[in-house]
Design a protein around this ligand. Sequence first.
Ligand SMILES: Cc1cc2nc3c(=O)[nH]c(=O)nc-3n(C[C@H](O)[C@H](O)[C@H](O)COP(=O)(O)OP(=O)(O)OC[C@H]3O[C@@H](n4cnc5c(N)ncnc54)[C@H](O)[C@@H]3O)c2cc1C
Ligand code: FES
Ligand code: FES
Length: 476
Amino acid sequence: MGGSVFLLNGTVERTDGVPPTTTLLDYLRLQAGLTGTKEGCAEGDCGACTVMISKRDADGALRHHAVNSCLMTIGQAAGLAVTTVEGVGGPDRLSPVQQALVEGDGAQCGYCTPGFVMAMTAFAKGGEEATEGTIHDMLAGNLCRCTGYRPIVEACIESVGADIEADDPSAADALDECAAPACLSGRGQVMHVPRSSSELSALLAEAPDAWILGGGTDMGLRFSKGRESPPTVISTGRVGEMRLLEAGEDGGLHFGGAVTYTELLPHLTRLYPAFADLVRRIGSRQIRNLGTIAGNLVTASPIGDTIPCLMALGAEVTLASGTGRRRILVEDFITGYRTTDLRAGEFIESVSIPPPGDGALFYAYKISKRFDQDISSVVLAATLTVTGGVVAESRLAIGGVGPRTLRLERTEAALKGGAWTEEAVEAALAILDAEIAPMDDFRASADYRRAVSGALLRRLYLESQTPDYDLRLEAL
Ligand SMILES: Cc1cc2nc3c(=O)[nH]c(=O)nc-3n(C[C@H](O)[C@H](O)[C@H](O)COP(=O)(O)OP(=O)(O)OC[C@H]3O[C@@H](n4cnc5c(N)ncnc54)[C@H](O)[C@@H]3O)c2cc1C
Ligand code: FES
Ligand code: FES
């Protein structure tokens, strides 16, 4: 047992004696003396703390991602390469991204700049096409209070092509020196890093109060802002069964509880495009590079974005423990305000989304004050099958209008078997209104949420009538 081991700007770093849930940001600034990485909010919102993590993919090539170092722990960094702003250039040799920011007046006070540099560097190295859309999406997790975004976007356009340097093969080889151990420790805290579901089950049986750590984009706040330090943590990130991602034999999608949003997105785009569009609005890229659907489900927030989608699609979770596995519908898993049916010793091993039914249409709407990087006020998701003008099947689920995400069963019943017409939808609105119980809070008033819920059902109807609005689910 010892500390985490990772490559830090190309050099092997050992964190012996430091608790594994120490945030990477604190470690970089306070232990490693790398103060180029800044703290703005310490809760994943501003991007000032962005660093690049790199890991090998199945082919052995390095894959690069921007992450919020204020949320990621040093335990999660074990076995990865971490690059900070100090690792991409210096006063005598600016990287193309840095050069473009300087020449294009992309910085004023400079506090946000290291975060922008690292988000842009990870993007450039990812080899993604630089379009206005991808650049805006990539920068959505970085806030600047003084420069304004136009010069920064222009610097990005200017530099992205130029910044793609082939990875030094020795960098990938050096990662082999940093193999993640099965157990990390520091100052009385232990973080287990099991490799299989059976190992994870056994650890949970031994330590039922251990904290299960997924991507850490919810739990990380307890480490960064909350300064909590649980004695035992179990990280799911390297559990083989929880890293699987496959098209199920039935034509649906089956993925492990440790698969990140970023890893899921290409598959969701192919199978459930409206779900993918919604996932692209969860937090920022930095959040999606770490966060998981399993974490979203266990957090069970009434405004958790994926929950209405999974309910409307009839998704199931497989819960594993030392005594076996059980598979239940997501709508049965969520039991109340931030409560679930997860029992002691259990964890979400995987999530299964069934194949799209013949002719089924899937819709998902997220309403929030800002388009990017904002928590929803209301989310409505619906699967709808209309045959010969009649509603053969519908599954409607809504978040943000009650203490838990709701399946709108009475509204569904009112629509089922009837003609799919504007009049039928107008009639169903009264039932929907009676089914929901929204509250006032700083995101939206109860009245606004009611009005939006009805408007979204109307929108669903109108979009279903628009021939070129092609959200028809494609079979595999
Ligand atoms: C800046 C910011 C923006 C965000 N934006 C959004 C947003 O737009 N929409 C949204 O819905 N959410 C948002 N979130 C919340 C968060 O990103 C999601 O809920 C995410 O899906 C959590 O997943 P995770 O893997 O990071 O969970 P973690 O933080 O690792 O864990 C969350 C909870 O799930 C438990 N857990 C994790 N994995 C498992 C498992 N396999 N089995 C059992 N228990 C498990 C943990 O013990 C913990 O209780 C945001 C968060 C931040 C910080
Ligand atoms: S410090 Fe703001 S996102 Fe990390
Ligand atoms: S340059 Fe000052 S916050 Fe961005």
